[in-house]
Design a protein around this ligand. Structure first.
Ligand code: M6R
Length: 585
């Protein structure tokens, strides 16, 4: 969940590390820190809170590592911020991941006389390296990585080593190759403004980066050297910037004018091949977390209504419980924007044990999920920086629709529908529509609870609406299947409780009846859909796109969540307690 960046080159490292940390802040933002190497001295600075240059001097040295944290072990304090040092203060370490056997390792190290300065699991890495440093830094890092259980990406500097040793096992690390300089980070946007040439590390690999030398990649288990090639990233650095927008979230919502078209621009042959594999499989699972999990849930309805095909959606963290149903004939469709979500990767590992096949829908090329999959569809949404997922959601949905139509042998019909959806979303995202939603947000900004209902394809979107509102505005929100309200949740409705009602998917009559039941108890009904029903107190019109209704209905809710968050002064792009990539289980 944390963001890590390292630099080896000819320039002063601090400004480069600052700039990269800012770009990585979406991965975690409760504290941050730097270590640079100047001659034989290591300089360390740490701070609580978000990355800020205020009060930070430029540290000497053209080799350095930096970290922005999302706390797992140990509170948010300066002492717990990375980098962590060994007892001699000659070794500095930053770490992204979680060390499962840290309690035992720590107690062994304490018995040996090591002195700890933080409550983190990560600090043990510095002490373990110290313990075997007579082997030399690369060997000591290799030995340490073999001892650690869990998921780790590690960057290490030492006072007398002119470079960085980096290693990964479970958490991402990507090397950026510049002219006479290297960048090593947990994600490409950290250095995309400086180089587009990258080399990927796989799990169980490390790289030694020394000034004026070629990077040396090695397998951590065997120590053998590995040859890697440079891959050119086709993302444009400006796509990872805010441009004229105040927040990434609104920029990314607006980008949906184009991203759906980019998502469906897939190779027909590949779509048909994957559709044939879906049709042939014995047991198909759609798996993701959070918003991607809601996309998977919608996918269950999409495949059922379009392809008449039963697929099961499962949230990734629950998937290991299904391992007994897996065989070589099982097919997994993994949905993940980042391709780094720990629960998603764990689900793939479980499936692999049983020989199941894995297809993935991923936004980040070269991500771990991409490289673990038998086949990957790139959703081509461009970098999504706001923690709240928006443009990735509609792009993922678009590909699921395309696959379902292909399974039914009607791919052209699917494409026509999705092109119509893209063009209608383009029309929707106009300033007048946005202003109307802001006005609605103004009237709702002090509400304590918001409920959302939908049926069929819009039921998962009701839950997705709740995630969006909660994470961006911190207002409690809950999505329900329309028919479930009367089985309990309706007790929560009081005078003027806002309830968003998603319609337009073919189950309107029943949904409208549920809205009436809520209204009869005092609820304030905000209708979303193509048709204005009498029960609506406020109507957010969306185009009539039949079965693709979830794709258009989620747009006004994304805007509503954004405006609620903005009006309430929330930290929209980096909401409290969250991180963009959840790389812990
Ligand atoms: O990168 P992924 O798509 O695997 O991420 C999954 C979830 O962590 C993510 O969708 C999360 O729920 C978002 N913050 C929701 O907006």
């Amino acid at each position: 969940m944390c963001g890590i960046i390292g630099y080896v080159g000819a320039k002063n490292a601090t400004p480069i590390l600052f700039d990269s940390l800012k770009r990585l802040e979406y991965r975690g933002y409760d504290s941050y820190g730097f270590a640079t190497l100047d001659g034989e001295k290591i300089w360390v600075r740490k701070s609580k809170g978000k990355v800020s240059e205020a009060g930070f001097e430029k540290l000497p040295g053209s080799v350095g590592i930096a970290h922005t944290r999302w706390a797992t072990h140990g509170k948010v304090t300066k002492a717990n911020a990375h980098p962590h040092l060994d007892c001699t203060k000659r070794i500095a370490v930053i770490h992204n991941g979680i060390i499962e056997n840290f309690e035992k390792l720590k107690s062994d190290l304490v018995k040996k006389g090591h002195v700890f300065r933080s409550d983190t699991d990560s600090e043990i890495i510095a002490h373990l390296i110290e313990d075997s440093i007579e082997l030399g830094l690369p060997e000591a890092v290799m030995r340490t990585m073999k001892i650690l259980k869990g998921r780790s990406a590690v960057l290490v500097i030492k006072n007398d080593f002119d470079g960085i040793v980096a290693a990964r096992n479970g958490s991402p690390l990507i090397l950026g190759v510049g002219r006479d300089e290297y960048f090593i980070a947990s994600d490409v946007p950290a250095f995309l403004n400086r180089t587009k040439d990258v080399m990927y590390l796989d799990d169980g690999e490390m790289v030694v980066l020394e000034r004026d030398r070629k990077p040396v990649f090695r397998n951590i288990g065997t120590g053998t050297r590995i040859e890697k090639r440079i891959i050119k990233i086709d993302w444009d650095a400006k796509h990872a910037e805010k441009g004229n927008y105040r927040h990434f979230m609104i920029k990314e919502i607006m980008e949906q004018k184009e991203t759906i078209i980019r998502a469906i621009n897939q190779n027909d042959g590949e779509i048909k091949k994957v559709a044939a594999a879906i049709n042939k499989a014995y047991g198909v699972f759609l798996i993701g977390c959070g918003t991607a999990g809601n996309v998977c849930h919608t996918g269950e309805y999409i495949f059922s209504s379009i392809a008449k095909k039963h697929v099961n959606h499962v949230v990734a963290s629950e998937f290991p419980g299904y391992r007994d149903f897996l065989t070589k004939k099982t097919l997994l469709i993994m949905v993940s924007q980042s391709g780094e979500t720990a629960d998603v990767l764990e689900a793939v590992r479980v499936a692999r044990e049983k020989g199941a096949k894995v297809i993935s829908l991923v936004n980040v090329r070269g991500s771990t999920l991409h490289r673990m999959s038998d086949f990957t569809f790139h959703i081509n949404a461009g970098p999504e920086k706001a923690v709240a997922s928006t443009k990735a959601t509609t792009a993922q949905l678009a590909i699921l629709y395309l696959l379902a139509y292909a399974c039914a042998g009607r791919i052209e019909e699917g494409k026509r529908l999705l092109l119509e959806v893209a063009s209608k979303i383009n029309d929707m995202l106009n300033p007048r529509y946005d202003e109307r939603i802001r006005a609605l947000a103004c009237s709702m900004q002090r509400k304590k609870n918001i409920y959302i209902i939908g049926r069929s394809l819009n039921y998962p979107m009701a839950m997705e609406s709740a995630i969006k509102i909660m994470e961006v505005s911190y207002i409690h929100a809950h999505g329900f299947a329309g028919g479930e309200m009367k089985h309990g949740p309706i007790a929560l409705i009081e005078k003027n409780t806002p309830c968003i009602v998603l319609t337009g998917d073919g189950s309107d009559q029943d949904t409208v009846n549920n809205a009436m039941e809520i209204k009869a108890r005092g609820g304030y009904i905000i209708g979303v859909g193509p048709k204005k029903y009498e029960v609506f107190d406020f109507w957010l019109k969306t185009p009539d796109v039949g079965l693709a209704s979830p794709m258009v209905n989620i747009i006004p809710v994304q805007l509503l969540a954004y405006h609620l968050g903005d009006l309430r002064g929330c930290d929209i792009d980096t909401p409290r307690n969250l991180a963009k990539s959840v790389t812990v289980k």
